[in-house]
Design a protein around this ligand. Structure first.
Ligand SMILES: *[C@@H]1O[C@H](CO)[C@@H](O)[C@H](O)[C@H]1NC(C)=O
Length: 224
């Protein structure tokens, strides 16, 4: 009886854990599924249409130019070059995105979250203050910050969904390679998602939420 109960539990666990994993990138069902815009040259497998394997070439798996920096000429002082399925069609269904990030001195990647991916950064140049914040604790304590000043050669992980940021605190440029375990990690920048929406979130929501005067909310809006 006890063994039967255990087997039922095990079956429930297996079923629930496998349906849980479907919320993420599935393992690919084939060696590769190269994205192709021409439907007549394609079979449909998972999200994007797949190129006929007979027409796949080496270049479907290749991107070049990542030795050159991304433009950082913007108010935040950082830039990225993204190697995702849109650049490398052979990445389709493989659950991976890679990018190069460049920082000016004082360059900041503002607090943001990737709803579908864990992120890892390999710092190659610069001195990068990086951190992430836990979900709201259930015991009425404050959200905990895990942060570190990273040097070239350091590798740091930002768990899926958690709010995180980076800043180059060094006096020289910074650069790193970032990877995500999703072909489509998504990004939600907190400031934009709160103060930069179209249309605006009703001001009463923001004044009460942040305990701020309407004028301050309007000022913050003007920044996004
Ligand atoms: C940076 O961008 C501004 C406009 O956004 C432009 O006027 C300026 O020439 C750019 N600088 C460089 C070095 O590209």
């Amino acid at each position: 009886m006890e063994a039967a109960g255990f087997l039922v539990m095990l079956a429930i666990l297996l079923v629930s854990s496998s349906s849980f994993s479907y919320a993420y990138d599935n393992n690919p069902l084939q060696d590769f599924c190269v994205a192709v815009p021409d439907t007549s040259a394609a079979v449909f497998v998972n999200g994007k249409i797949c190129k006929n394997p007979k027409q796949v070439t080496t270049d479907d798996f290749l991107a070049t130019g990542f030795n050159n920096p991304a433009s950082t000429n913007n108010s935040l002082g950082f830039g990225v070059k993204v190697a995702d399925v849109n650049l490398i069609p052979g990445l389709n269904t493989l659950g991976l995105t890679v990018l190069r990030v460049d920082f000016e001195p004082d360059g900041v990647v503002p607090p943001h979250t990737h709803p579908r991916a864990t992120e890892v950064i390999v710092v190659l140049e610069g001195t990068i203050y990086a951190g992430f914040v836990t979900s709201n604790p259930t015991d009425n304590t404050k959200n905990k910050l895990f942060a570190k000043i990273l040097k070239p050669g350091d590798v740091f992980v930002f768990p899926i969904g958690l709010v995180h940021f980076q800043r180059n605190v060094g006096e020289t440029k910074g650069k790193g390679i970032v990877a995500f375990n999703s072909q489509n990690p998504g990004v939600i920048t907190i400031g934009n998602a709160v103060f930069g929406t179209d249309p605006h979130i009703a001001p009463e929501v923001l004044t009460k939420s942040f305990q701020l005067d309407k004028k301050v909310i309007e000022y913050l809006r003007s920044k996004f």
